[in-house]
Design a protein around this ligand. Structure first.
Ligand code: FES
Ligand code: FE2
Length: 372
């Protein structure tokens, strides 16, 4: 089925309390950068308003427990690692670092009837990938899963040798605002004005093809915007025409893959809810484009933070208005991806509620048109 793309077909985003800023459980989220977990030290993180204590066991494998002792709610992160257990600093109860199972209660006498192995601290599946420690957030309590967690999201890389970079920023907004900012094509010429990227005068008609993918949608491979300098530089450096593919996938991930002949640049941006009004943006990139000329690192480390600062500024200012009006207008076609996000989220929540497979809101390939 092919959607038509009617101009200015206005839609209204969900009202608060529908799916607005509702947390999406049942996904992996990046909790910390790998380098933040060193040695036997315990570290704290907050994901989906759930406090976590993270660390590494003797062989370096990371673990994540709910940072609340089941005895009297003392944060476990004030305690210490004892072999393979985390010991609470208040009364010395010890919990298995990977399962949360209680291993030892020092105050119990030999004839005590209390079965300490029946007591659990909340625990979350934990894996390391792409320079992040990820936690699988099935529920806020950290209850054991009925089935194994799905595989951890992985940044696609297309050759054995490549370079990587990471950026991060705090976004003072709820997750929905942060995420629709990831897929908003119309703010570029206004927020990210720069001679080398976009100006108001460079605004032109765009037509991009989209298609559904599991849990999200894809902007099909296309030649990147001819009105941005980085792509012109890429063409100049590689001598090859490039194509770019952009995927959005629930709960919070935007992948972009640029290919030019044998060169490639792959990136993933996630907007992770920390608290109701605070998200963290994580950007990771890998590339094999001209590793001997630091042009990509320059773009990432100099221009990237500038881009992100501009987005953070906009989000701070938008929060001033959102205090008085939480509903938004989503206009076709520029805001259609944002609308798909809300529809995907609602479909996911519905499928979790009913146990039925998720019905995909994007029925088939569709061309969206806008100016940016
Ligand atoms: S509160 Fe943790 S052992 Fe008592
Ligand atoms: Fe932006």
């Amino acid at each position: 089925m092919v959607y038509d793309s009617r101009p200015m077909n206005e839609g209204t985003a969900p009202k608060p309390g529908e799916t607005a800023d509702e947390m999406l459980w049942g996904f992996w989220y990046p909790a910390l950068r790998s380098e933040e977990l060193r040695g036997r030290k315990l570290a704290r993180a907050m994901l989906l308003e759930t406090p976590l204590v993270l660390g590494r066991d003797a062989v370096g494998k990371p673990f994540a427990l709910r940072d609340v002792c089941p005895h009297r709610a003392f944060p476990l992160s004030f305690g210490q690692l004892q072999g393979e257990t985390v010991e609470c600093a208040y009364h010395g109860w010890q919990f298995d670092a990977h399962t949360g199972q209680c291993r030892h209660i020092p105050s119990l006498t030999a004839d005590s009837k209390l079965k300490c192995e029946r007591i659990h601290a909340g625990s979350f599946p934990c894996e390391e990938r792409d320079g992040y420690v990820w936690a699988f957030m099935a529920n806020a309590e950290g209850h054991a899963l009925a089935q194994a967690a799905p595989p951890v999201p992985e940044l696609p890389v297309l050759s054995p040798r490549y370079r990587t970079a990471h950026l991060a920023a705090d976004l003072p907004c709820g997750m929905d605002q942060g995420i629709i900012g990831l897929m908003d094509p119309a703010h570029g010429p206004f927020v990210h004005q720069a001679w080398w990227w976009r100006t108001r005068r460079s605004i032109r008609d765009k037509a991009k093809n989209f298609e559904p993918i599991p849990g999200g949608f894809r902007m099909s491979p296309h030649a990147p915007s001819s009105n941005s300098a980085p792509y012109k530089i890429l063409k100049l450096l590689t001598g090859e025409p490039s194509t770019t593919t952009i995927d959005f996938m629930l709960p919070n991930q935007r992948f972009e893959l640029i290919r030019a002949g044998r060169y490639w640049f792959s990136s993933r941006t996630t907007v992770t809810p920390v608290q109701r009004d605070l998200c963290r943006l994580d950007f990771v990139a890998a590339w094999n484009i001209l590793p001997w000329i630091p042009v990509v690192p320059f773009i990432i480390h100099v221009l990237g933070p500038r881009f992100i600062r501009q987005d953070v500024e906009v989000i701070k200012k938008q929060a001033l208005g959102l205090k008085y009006e939480s509903r938004m207008m989503l206009v076709d076609d520029a805001d259609r991806p944002a609308r798909w996000y809300f529809e995907l989220k609602a479909a996911h929540l519905e499928s979790r509620r009913t146990g039925q497979p998720m019905s995909h809101p994007v029925a088939g390939p569709v061309t969206l048109r806008w100016r940016s």
